[in-house]
Design a protein around this ligand. Structure first.
Ligand SMILES: O=C(O)C1=C[C@@H](OP(=O)(O)O)[C@@H](O)[C@H](O)C1
Ligand SMILES: C=C(OP(=O)(O)O)C(=O)O
Length: 456
């Protein structure tokens, strides 16, 4: 069945009532929305480049709108044409001082990338975020930027947004060891390195998503990686480029999960076209295959910006079995899919153990806790510690009423669980889904009957 897209998204305040749809056997998605990480990096890089670049297949979501809004406040001309975005770069130091505070909404990626860009300007600016983002740590980006010469003052809680940043021109290059397992720390340092005269070095603790390195290389920036160390020679202008954004693996994952948990009735196939399959992002599909789902990649290709894409094709396979997911690199390759992995594990025979996932405590919510809360509501037993989750799978689930706590990945994970049950469940507080996947309800409707209700 083809898909009629509706990218308008959900009302800001709404609940979803969801129950399984049993009549459809095969599922086909001609695309999923553009990758959120790559969309933000491509927009920001073009905004500080010389000339005009078009970013094709940009994710049209709330996080991306926040990124665009603050770039416009800094004087960047940006125009939509369908799902493509034309960005008129201002050059590394051509941004203008904003009239008021830059409000970055919910997105930590844009907050951390933009802190680095602001660190290289000759003016001061204030950066703020919504309540969830204001509880997330910024100190591990603030410290290196301060070492490079920016002056940063917290305006609320120490270590968090809002803050005031006075840039310095040029920044001093530094040699930094990772302090966290985070592609955002790495990317922030590399963006700051563009403003430093000389070579900035970053040693990551394990391989994290490498979209920044691939894009900077494509933009002609002098960047090289040698094992865990990335070197960037800064101080030079670079030119805007057209970028094609692949489908977001982190969004495709919800459709894969909805299919994988359909049990005895999983007769037909599932096809999702044009998904980004960068190995640093595809840990979830590797684990689904390990759990017993028959999954193949077809029509593999590479986009001009160096990102691999493929069509993902699945057939039912055997009953799902439990897995052990551990190791920092492996967890990084599915960091945003951990809540969903836990949900799928509820349908697998035996105990699934997810280790080394302590970083989830610093996402939109403490996702170890919020995931366990959702699973418990659906009748799934879990045990959790600071950096580990154990899911006792293979027992029947019961319908539930749960709250997303404003976290888009938690809302969608709960919706996927609800899509497997014949009796309706209610997922409260679902407007947050617009953060990353405005067409989610339309897409999940292939698997489930979904009613959008006004928030209670
Ligand atoms: O670099 C990025 O675009 C992202 C990296 C991850 O965060 P960390 O790098 O902090 O792990 C991920 O959770 C986030 O959704 C997007
Ligand atoms: C945590 C996420 O994004 P960010 O860190 O950019 O807010 C996410 O998309 O799940």
């Amino acid at each position: 069945m083809g898909l009629v897209r509706n990218r308008v998204g959900l009302p800001a305040k709404c609940d979803l009532q969801i129950k399984a749809k049993r009549e459809v056997c095969s599922f086909e998605f001609h695309s999923v929305p553009g990758d959120k990480s790559i969309s933000q990096r491509a927009i920001v890089l073009n905004a500080i480049a010389e000339g005009q670049g078009t970013v094709y297949n940009v994710l049209r979501s709330r996080d991306i709108e926040s990124c665009i809004t603050i770039l416009r406040q800094l004087g960047v001309r940006i125009a939509w044409n369908g799902d493509d975005l034309s960005v008129h770069g201002k050059g590394l130091r051509g941004l203008q001082a904003p009239a008021g505070r830059l409000e970055v909404g919910n997105t930590a990626t844009s907050a951390r990338l933009m802190l680095s860009v602001l660190a290289g300007q000759s003016f001061a600016a204030e950066l703020g975020g919504n309540a969830l983002l204001s509880a997330r740590p910024m100190d591990w980006v603030v410290q290196p930027l301060t070492d490079m010469g920016a002056v940063i003052e917290y305006l609320g809680a120490k270590g968090c947004l809002p803050l005031r940043i006075q840039g310095a021109s040029p920044l001093s290059p530094i040699d930094m060891e990772a302090t966290v397992f985070s592609a955002q720390e790495k990317s922030a340092l590399l963006f700051a390195g563009l403003y430093a005269e000389g070579i900035t070095r970053y040693r990551q603790r394990c391989q994290s998503r490498d979209h920044t390195e691939r894009l900077m290389h494509y933009f002609g920036i002098d960047i090289q990686s040698d094992n865990d160390v990335t070197f960037l020679k800064g101080g030079n202008a670079f030119y805007a480029k057209d970028v094609m954004v692949p489908g977001d693996m982190s969004s495709a994952a919800f459709l894969l999960a909805a299919y994988a948990i359909r049990g005895a009735e999983r007769k037909g196939s599932l096809l999702i076209k044009q998904v980004g399959v960068n190995p640093t992002r595809s840990g979830f599909i590797r684990l689904l295959a390990e759990m017993g789902l028959h999954l193949t990649l077809q029509a593999e290709a590479e986009l001009i910006s160096g990102e691999p894409v493929a069509d993902i094709y699945c057939t039912p396979g055997t009953r799902l079995s439990s897995v052990l997911a551990e190791g920092n690199g492996r967890i990084q390759s599915l960091i945003d899919e951990v809540p969903l992995l836990a949900a799928v594990s509820a349908f697998a025979e035996g105990d699934t153990v997810i280790r080394d996932c302590g970083e989830l405590r610093d996402k939109d919510t403490n996702r170890i806790q919020t995931t366990a809360g959702v699973l418990k509501a659906f009748g799934v037993e879990t045990s959790c510690s600071e950096d580990e989750m154990v899911i006792h799978g293979g027992r029947p689930l019961s319908p539930a009423t749960v709250d997303s706590c404003g976290d888009h990945r938690i809302a969608m994970t709960a919706a996927v669980l609800a899509s497997s049950l014949d009796e309706p469940s209610i997922i409260r507080n679902c407007g947050c889904i617009n953060v990353s996947y405005p067409g989610f309800v339309e897409d999940l409707s292939q698997f489930a009957h979904i009613d959008v209700l006004p928030a209670e």
